[in-house]
Design a protein around this ligand. Sequence first.
Ligand SMILES: Nc1ncnc2c1ncn2[C@@H]1O[C@H](COP(=O)(O)OP(=O)(O)OP(=O)(O)O)[C@@H](O)[C@H]1O
Length: 331
Amino acid sequence: MTAASNSMIAIGNLVKKFGPFTAVDGVSFSVAKGEVLGFLGPNGAGKSTTMKMVTGYLAPTDGTISVCGHKMDEETLAAQRLIGYLPEGAPAYTDMTPLEFLRFIANVRGLKGPAAKAAIDKAVARTEIGGVLEQAIDTLSKGFRRRVGLAQAILHDPAVLIMDEPTDGLDPNQKYAVRRLIAEMAPEKAIIISTHILEEVDAICTRALIIDRGQIVADGTPAQLMARSRYHNAVSLIMPAAQSGGVAEVLGALPGVAAVEAQPRGEDAAFTVFQPQGAEGDTRLIDEIANLAKEKGWTLRTLYREPGRLDEVFRRLTRPDTETDASGEAA
Ligand SMILES: Nc1ncnc2c1ncn2[C@@H]1O[C@H](COP(=O)(O)OP(=O)(O)OP(=O)(O)O)[C@@H](O)[C@H]1O
């Protein structure tokens, strides 16, 4: 592992076994201040188990966890004090109101009097739950329950924030608000989130790990991961289907074109033009296609160079969890 010198979270060769089953299998990474690390992976890949170990809620079978220099196994409380954790699902204590719950958490976190009130006010404002403070948590909508959990996680303004699917169950407006909140907090913190939403990686993560069956199969910035896609630097165009006869052949005959894929799209036809593997990402191909379209009189609805498709990289590097269950047998 090459831990950055300013890393706030340093994880070395983490392993978790449940009986004979290895859920996390030698995971190493570090997170520096200002980084938002996204954990991606299919269901059952080991994301939640890793997060629970990093927060000190689950003891690893092997490996090291250090938070701002505090070793989790030796200085558990000092490490945990620096962490805010949003677990999967809804907060416990659902018969409490959000205000009672946040007062309880403030107390657990050692915040008293005006300091507790100021921390609660700030977390309530940031998560926009002011309108439901007096209503029992179990009567709240899923989105509000998730935001109460988030308020709990950020209450003590922790240096490290670990959130398991923070936007799960939120509507698009709430998702946007939570992503904005994470981006606002990011410069001062080290943040880990897990997500199934691939667009979230591009929207808020500075780096992403793809985890499959307990192992890291990719680690990079969103742009680096997208550059591993076979669509990276391909040129896509959409035109009326009525004009599209013979177009695939004409595109395929252009110099430096490795392949052309065509997909019908209702009244339109979409083409993706691939360059050979390792071709330089310059603008030559897209310029040539634009000129060709002019020459042939094609009506182009869109013409763009593909940055790469994260969903395709994800599918190529991971296997569906239906292939095996926790016993390792085919499902
Ligand atoms: N307490 C446990 N006992 C036995 N097996 C467990 C336990 N907790 C998790 N597992 C298994 O470990 C594997 C990893 O689970 P984990 O919850 O970490 O996956 P995940 O990547 O978070 O999945 P999801 O995206 O569905 O939340 C799964 O096969 C799960 O069944």
